[in-house]
Design a protein around this ligand. Structure first.
Ligand code: ZN
Length: 327
């Protein structure tokens, strides 16, 4: 009850443009935002990672008035001279090119896109999107390693014992994830990568689309690895391959040098962070900073994720609140 009254008051204050008095007026600082997919309309029933293009455009109007939106390179190479934001997009789905890029250009706002190069492994879809598409379009249960997972609230697959399939899959190696996708297709009769009606909901960008994006003066291309791997589960050689091969693929696709890397699921290890530096990544993006080791931290930049489980006013509130509380 209290929280719904608070939200109601916040909506009125934001509507009237009176919200800035709610925060300490920090004059300087840097905040990096993390988005994923931009769709024609938000589809909360598919996953939390998509935001409707109209809402996204409204967010940019709002943010541009209150912050200076700069490229990651500018943010990291020059000291903050005011209230600065950088925009980033993870996963590199084709909807970034189809919807997000145009809106960013209309607002004259730079952004970095962290692309998964799944095509290097013959895949056009990442496993979290494969799972979301299957749940959303079939609603059918999926069995994996003797356990049945049913589709529950927010399109989550959960076993009768309360285990979440996503958390189980995050620990599986790539060979098992491929086997999972094949098995899910057999069990449900639904192959997301054949669902061309909805390809902008699931398809990762092809090399040609990466090139088109990279031509925009507002776009920087970064890497998100090949298979959206959980780096805490990889061997040294597997981690190196993910980091180095995705980099060279994106360099030849984009015709630019790739300097930035975003850790899939926000998961990294000290070892992987050092390896990424050796592979030539000078900008490494995390979500929350998870480890205490200062040297690792000095190479990582945290981000604030914006998802459709909040309304756009609640998302802007999160941005303002996080900025006001920057250390
Ligand atoms: Zn990701």
């Amino acid at each position: 009850m209290f929280s719904s009254i608070t939200k109601y008051i916040r909506t009125i204050r934001y509507g009237l443009g009176l919200e800035m008095g709610m925060y300490a007026n920090r004059e300087k600082g840097d905040l990096i935002l993390m988005y994923h997919n931009i769709f024609p309309h938000s589809l909360p029933g598919l996953n939390v990672r998509n935001i409707g293009q109209r809402e996204f455009s409204e967010e940019l109007t709002y943010l541009s008035k209150r912050f200076r939106i700069v490229s990651l390179a500018e943010m990291m190479e020059t000291p903050a001279d005011g209230r600065r934001l950088a925009m980033t997009f993870d996963d590199g789905l084709a909807n970034n090119m189809k919807y997000a890029q145009r809106i960013l250009e209309q607002h004259r706002v730079p952004a970095t896109f962290f692309v998964c190069t799944a095509y290097l492994r013959g895949r056009s879809i990442l496993w979290p999107d494969h799972l979301a598409m299957t749940g959303f379009h079939t609603g059918q249960p999926i069995e994996w390693k003797g356990v049945t997972y049913r589709r529950r609230k927010a399109n989550r697959y959960i076993s009768d014992e309360g285990k979440r399939l996503t958390h189980v899959l995050m620990k599986e190696p790539w060979s098992e994830l491929q086997r999972f996708m094949d098995s899910s297709e057999e069990q449900t009769g639904y192959k997301p990568s054949d669902d061309t009606r909805h390809e902008y909901r699931w398809r990762v960008m092809r090399a040609e689309e990466v090139r088109i994006m990279a031509e925009s003066p507002f776009v920087e291309i970064g890497s998100h690895g090949i298979t959206h791997a959980n780096f805490s589960m990889l061997t040294h050689e597997e981690a190196r391959t993910e980091l180095a091969e995705s980099k060279s693929y994106l360099e030849s696709a984009s015709g630019t040098q790739i300097h930035s890397f975003a850790w899939p699921f926000g998961i990294y290890t000290s070892h992987a962070v050092q390896l990424a530096r050796e592979c030539g990544y000078t900008r490494q993006l995390a979500v929350a900073l998870r480890e205490q080791d200062a040297e690792t931290h000095s190479l990582l930049h945290p981000r604030t994720g914006l998802f459709n489980d909040r309304s756009w006013i609640e998302r802007m509130h999160l941005v303002n609140k996080t900025f006001a509380n920057l250390s």
